[in-house]
Design a protein. Sequence first.
Length: 232
Amino acid sequence: MIDTRSLVDRVYEYLLTQIITGEIKYGDAINIKQIAATLDISTMPVREALKRLEFEMIVSIKPRSSCRLLKPSRKMIREVYELREVIELYAATFGRCRQNPERLRRLDAIVEKMRQLDNEKEVSVKEKAAIALDRAFHSEICGLADNDFMDNTHRQLSLHVNMTLIHERTYHKLESQWAENHAEIVRSLEQDPSLVADVLRRHFNNVLELIPMDEDNCACESEDTDIKGETT
């Protein structure tokens, strides 16, 4: 299939993927020239894509100074998780495809891969895989609703608070029961859907309780003079 998106759209999608997967971390300076070199393009479409992200309050641009990925506050994390909970509760409880055997098989497969991570000795490999599996699991839960607008909203929330950030703050405390917590969600879907809401709520609450208290300031306040690529 021919990609008919504009170059700015493609850069924008590239940046979204980098943020959602945690390749660009919250608070990081974004090097415009480096991104342009990586994609083998001029800096102009990178600047335009970043302006779009600034409008969406994903990045902060200081003219002729720096561009940074905004750090979410505890308040933002809580609000994002509250909305994610609403979306996933709806998808799991009322989704038109909730009883779709193929989707349930995919969820089972993700949980099995989570369990297999216990055998991984390399910590960095294990954590990166855990983040990807967690993201895949919750995307599948959202997909139970078979609603494209809901999928897009769920993805947008991952820009503000991605799984990498959550795992950095909670994974080691939840690791021992991490796979089983997700397995419980799948079991409730398969065996007793009336329990799904309570199981999902407990899952989200467990995570939120482990998020440390941070300053409620979304903007990165560092006045870096080390310019990472001119932004205007």
